[in-house]
Design a protein around this ligand. Structure first.
Ligand SMILES: Nc1ncnc2c1ncn2[C@@H]1O[C@H](COP(=O)(O)OP(=O)(O)OP(=O)(O)O)[C@@H](O)[C@H]1O
Ligand SMILES: [Mg+2]
Length: 349
């Protein structure tokens, strides 16, 4: 991915040093800033630059020179058509749902979107990735708990469990999960006639605070997955490229269709991430099969993400991939598709 540095960005915007610094520091032109001992380094992906230009309605790059750097300008990045909810799913485990959902969510936040990451998996991996801690009796579980006791649930009851996540260049919010979530979700079956609607009901209460809600889902068919799909406008399928992966995708498809028929809610599969692809071409036949299936289903956004230790390293450091210096300096080869997809969705909204 093409990435500009400070000088290049200044030149493109016809702006002097102070103004360029202000535009970058206020994230009016989204960028990733790394503070050093002597000076700061700004990384401005070309895609972010074009995105800012489009969102701000600028025809020429030199218009950056006169752009007001204020709250109103910043608000231009917020969605006009309301919140969009995207679930990352696969029935198969360990394929990268959490890694890609969390990074995609952060990339949207970098693009000045207001983002809520919802962890619907009782393994709580996305909660741990971004919050770097365990949540015990202080998660989305508590809200379901209250619902199943048939107590009224208000906006504050949901907000109470949402935690802010601050990284170097953007912030987002997390509705964390914990181990006992699965049990409560299953229990809700015996309490409600339409339990699959309960996550959607909950998120409705806070949706005005966000431009995007990103849901990480567990690797199995069950009520948690149904709740997530029912609450979503779009699904992104994350898969690896192994034998049986295509079968698994077909099953997920069936599941989505069945749910659509049963519940009258049509969730659209919007993208496929083929993850953990090795350098050698042992995966190519599976990649082809998955891409063919995606084409048959009319999915345009098909991305390939290579296998890389950098993803795990960034997870161990509890920072998003785009904030990880080793990845940034190599011009984001692993993060690229997650960035591209975020820019596409951000620009549509
Ligand atoms: N492109 C990649 N290259 C290398 N390792 C990866 C890649 N993507 C994911 N991983 C690693 O694979 C493991 C599983 O990833 P992740 O937790 O994102 O998958 P998941 O589908 O959410 O799993 P689960 O089904 O358990 O929820 C993690 O250790 C993660 O760091
Ligand atoms: Mg996961």
């Amino acid at each position: 991915m093409e990435i500009m540095k400070f000088g290049e960005a200044a030149k493109r915007m016809h702006a002097d040093q102070d103004r360029t610094k202000a535009l970058l520091d206020e994230n009016i032109v989204p960028n990733i800033k790394k503070s050093g001992n002597k000076r700061d380094t700004y990384y401005v992906p070309e895609l972010f630059f074009d995105y800012a230009k489009a969102m701000l309605g600028l025809e020429k790059e030199k218009e950056f020179k006169h752009l007001p750097i204020d709250v109103e300008t910043y608000r231009k990045f917020h969605n006009r058509k309301g919140v969009k909810t995207i679930a990352f799913s696969n029935l198969k485990g360990g394929v990268g749902k959490t890694s890609i959902a969390a990074n995609f969510a952060y990339n949207l936040a970098l693009l000045n979107k207001r983002v809520l990451l919802v962890d619907m998996d009782s393994q709580a991996n996305s909660s741990r990735y971004f919050a770097n801690r365990y949540f015990v009796n202080e998660s989305i579980k508590n809200i379901f708990d209250k619902m199943t006791r048939r107590e009224p649930v208000e906006k504050e009851d949901v907000r109470r469990y949402i935690v802010p996540i601050d990284f170097d260049n953007a912030e987002l919010e997390l509705l964390p999960s914990e181990l006992s979530l699965g049990r409560i979700v299953e229990f809700s079956r015996s309490v409600f006639t339409m339990p699959h609607k309960k996550l959607a009901d909950m998120l409705k209460l806070v949706e005005e605070d966000y431009d995007f809600i990103v849901i990480d889902t567990p690797p199995s068919v069950g009520l948690s997955l149904h709740m997530a799909l029912y609450a979503s406008d779009l699904v992104s399928i994350v898969t690896d490229a192994e034998d049986f992966s295509v079968n698994g995708l077909n099953e997920l498809y069936l599941e989505i269709r069945e749910l659509a028929e049963e519940t009258d809610h049509d969730v659209r599969v919007d993208s496929v991430f083929i993850n953990k692809v090795k350098k050698s071409n042992i995966h190519s036949v599976y990649i082809e099969a998955i891409a063919e299936m995606a084409a048959r289903e009319g999915i345009d956004n098909v991305y390939v993400v290579k296998e890389s230790t950098r993803l795990k390293e960034s997870q161990n450091l509890h920072i998003p991939l785009v904030e990880y210096k080793k990845e940034l300096e190599k011009r984001l080869p692993i993060a690229e598709s997650m960035v591209e997809y975020a820019v596409e969705k951000a620009q549509e909204a």
